[in-house]
Write a protein that binds this ligand. Sequence first.
Ligand SMILES: Cc1ncc(COP(=O)(O)O)c(C=O)c1O
Length: 386
Amino acid sequence: MKVFTEQEIRTSFNALGNNIPKSVYVYHLNLLKERINHLKESFPSENVLHAIAIKTNNLTRVLSFIVSSGCGLEAASFEEVKLALSVGCKPEKIVFDSPVKTSEELLHCNKNIPGLKVNANSFGELKKLESCNNLNIGIRINPMLNLDSPDIFMVSGAGSKFGIPITERENILKAIQSNTSIKGLHIHPGSEIKSLSQHIACIKVVYDLAIEVNREVQNKISWIDIGGGIKPKVDKNNTQSTIIPFLNMLKKECPTLFNDFKVITEYGRYIHTYCAYAASRVEDILTYHTPNIALIHLGADMFLREIYSSTPPKHNYYNLSRINEEKRQYDIGGPLCFSGDFISKNEKISRLDVGDYIGISDCGSNSISMWSQHCSREKPKVIYVQ
Ligand SMILES: Cc1ncc(COP(=O)(O)O)c(C=O)c1O
């Protein structure tokens, strides 16, 4: 199995029995294992660290599973560094990225978590890191290139708050030369990147810089962190189709990358998207609107990007309590107190009754980890399946 298909979601949901709470979130650990194995088998086996992005899915059992499979974790905050340590991740396999790290946090890491990898986001942060000799420091570079990724995930151009622009090349080189703890370069160009060539062009900016630095001082840059950004797409044969073409082009454009450097990746969506589904009871149906509005227990509290983004992630919706009934159109509304709280509009779905359960596919990424406190509602019950 490569994704939770409709049939598999139905079988899994039926196996939960009768006492189902108002909403559930079901994460499939074997799917995670398949995804991780595919990633590991596709990349060279030596000298690569896959640090999976915690922000994409921060369930502790999922994180423990990732760590036990030999991967590392990418932490987007000091709190996520602590989370990574709490699930047994070794400091040298944790990558601390965040655009707003405090001096106190960095000094704490230097004293207590030697070997931790920290990617500095700016010259100001490099200054805070000057005395942090126990840390393994990288510099996040903004390649200043256009990228075909949805606007809110595009972090590689002018005005981005992420990384030092490559146009600051001279100052970057000076900073690297003056700090012996700087051993790496980092780039995360964006998410859901459509164009392979643009994605690789961004990575090449950092690769070329590393080669330039090492020409002056041999082996000064020992690792390159190429970030995340690969789309989680599977093709119609259920083949995980995006990694191999990406790697083929990467090896062609950056021929010594895997020989001369340790490579770190930070995939999030690619790993998690297809590993989970959610289900909610239909609590009410407003029949006086066309289409009818089905009200459920999950909305903008779990599906923030779906509701607030102009390029929302796609899901499939199924009536898990009925099959093969006449399909009707519904708007599916969440439980929060604002009018925009609809996770889907004009959704064609088997006829719904109050008390039926709606299943929502492909919920592994940026869903439960983005849970919002708006209206103070409780999270869905999390269930793990193997
Ligand atoms: C620094 C960094 N690394 C990795 C990721 C994961 O990206 P993706 O889910 O697109 O692979 C993100 C996502 O925002 C990020 O900001």
